[in-house]
Design a protein around this ligand. Sequence first.
Ligand SMILES: NC(=O)c1ccc[n+]([C@@H]2O[C@H](COP(=O)([O-])OP(=O)(O)OC[C@H]3O[C@@H](n4cnc5c(N)ncnc54)[C@H](O)[C@@H]3O)[C@@H](O)[C@H]2O)c1
Length: 285
Amino acid sequence: MVSGKDDDARVATRGDGILAGKRILVTGVLTPKSIAFAIAQACHSEGAEVLLTSFGRAMSLTQRSAKRLDPAPDVLEMDVTDADQVRAVAGAVRARWGSLDGVVHAIGFAPEDCLGGHFLDAPWPSVASAWQVSSFSFKTLAAEFVPLMPSTGGALVSLTFDGTLAWPLYDWMGPAKAALEAIGRYLARDLGPRHVRVNTVSAGPLETVAARSIPGFRTLKDAWSGQAPLGWDAADASPVADTVAFLLSDMARGISGEVVHVDGGYHSQGAPLLTTAEPHEQEEE
Ligand SMILES: NC(=O)c1ccc[n+]([C@@H]2O[C@H](COP(=O)([O-])OP(=O)(O)OC[C@H]3O[C@@H](n4cnc5c(N)ncnc54)[C@H](O)[C@@H]3O)[C@@H](O)[C@H]2O)c1
């Protein structure tokens, strides 16, 4: 595993590594700040071959980002709301690789009226769109790509922002993430007998394009620095990426239906940490 922000430290170890010989489809690379970009990097470092997907107008941005990976992976067009496109990509993967060992779902979207304090007003078509792209699409990918996995199995991993809690201004993305986590558990139930593991990584706040569209993101980020016992660097997606690489690997062969928090330990604390500047107060007599 490689951690830390220094790209030079990510010495490629193709041929060995925990993902040696594995073929992984990574969705959701938009910019080099995308969590999926760090995941593609981690997969490469651990010896995997990687293909990326993008969609619509984002394609050119993704292609530009792909050139910053070594080796630069091809980018296939796949809007997860377009069943024909998803099927076509499955066909292209079959033609190229024959089989596939892992899929990373790093996709999230909600229309503006679903975020930022509109919880009681958001109209169903907007909520439906958020859920289709951010939650249901995990099932869409599983249904199309699991048949490409060998009889020995494979792994699916998605990314959430703790859907068990309500967050300020996150609004309908919250229930969308809760649904995504639940879909992971149901997929784990149905795909376990085929030796396919399904897990979700619950990441702390990271500075990406999707995060910029979340009103109040800075407040969340600041809350993390006060409550995560390990601290949290919102500019470093590598701890999340390394965990995804682990979950894609055979090292995680006993793990399925899980939500793994990679959040500096934030979720385990009931309140912000006491700082040395804030000593234990004596109870008043
Ligand atoms: N950034 C954070 O703080 C954070 C924290 C926890 C979880 N996450 C989750 O991580 C995942 C990746 O997001 P990110 O923060 O790296 O942001 P990002 O903006 O870099 O990535 C979001 C991706 O979703 C893709 N996408 C949107 N609609 C799509 C569609 N219809 N079909 C295919 N792709 C589509 C975009 O092209 C983009 O690549 C998301 O699920 C997000 O909710 C993010």
